[in-house]
Write a protein that binds this ligand. Sequence first.
Ligand SMILES: NC(=O)c1ccc[n+]([C@@H]2O[C@H](COP(=O)([O-])OP(=O)(O)OC[C@H]3O[C@@H](n4cnc5c(N)ncnc54)[C@H](OP(=O)(O)O)[C@@H]3O)[C@@H](O)[C@H]2O)c1
Length: 268
Amino acid sequence: MANRDDFHGRWALVTGASAGIGAALARELAARGARLILTARRRERLDSLAAELGAKGTETRVVVADLNDPMAPQQIFDATEGAGLAVDLLINNAGLGQYGAFPASAIEQELNQVRVNCEAVVRLSRLFVPRMVERRRGWVLVVASTASFQPIPYITTYAATKVFDRFFALGLAAEVAQYGIKVTALCPGPTESEFFDVAGANAFKERGVQPAEEVARLGIDALARGQRTIIPTFRGRVTAFLVRFFPVTLITRFAEKVARPRSGSTAK
Ligand SMILES: NC(=O)c1ccc[n+]([C@@H]2O[C@H](COP(=O)([O-])OP(=O)(O)OC[C@H]3O[C@@H](n4cnc5c(N)ncnc54)[C@H](OP(=O)(O)O)[C@@H]3O)[C@@H](O)[C@H]2O)c1
């Protein structure tokens, strides 16, 4: 079983490190002694986080990449592992959602979710995990969501990408455990970040949000323990447990009522 010190001095690659949960995960790993590779599209955000961590003695690298581009994972790999950095922690965090009625949605926004939330996770894992297998050590975190425990109308594509993420993490965990590699699916509920602004889904924040720092701390604790799934809220754990006892059609009908955009209000 890993302990917290196992991350000391190791290179951790965090996708979506320019905001929200990703930035919090990077800070958490830096506090545990890891060296950080920060990637996302917004360079100035990454540079500013790198400067903040650097001032506390953390070695950092910044790699700007757009994970909508299927070539980006290879470019990230070439700039890091390919350039001699042994990436022992892969934190697949970058992601986005889109709230609204599917038939009226912008197809590119739907597909962006599939590409960033799913395709990039598979590509990055396929590039970095074989090196972990060779080294007989490694940690992979996949940020899924409590949205992965049932279909959710009006964030239909998003919820489907997150069940993909969770099952991908669970399957991979079972495959690579024999090489000493730990894989964790982190399943946050509503968390303080820019997610709801990007998704046009601020209504989902009405019941409160968890601080990103808390989600990151619990996620990294679980990864260090080798725990395969972590749901960082009590509410999320209860929901994930209860949905097992009801037919999925019933759960989805209920979710449709809860998630349906209210008349007189915009999706935001
Ligand atoms: N917040 C929540 O309530 C919540 C709940 C459950 C799960 N999650 C999951 O948590 C993860 C992080 O989201 P967050 O809440 O922290 O949202 P956020 O504050 O909007 O951050 C999203 C991150 O993903 C990056 N990203 C988005 N599109 C990208 C692209 N095409 N290429 C590269 N990077 C991209 C963004 O960076 P740039 O814009 O700079 O590229 C940003 O750093 C996501 O996987 C999300 O699904 C969030």
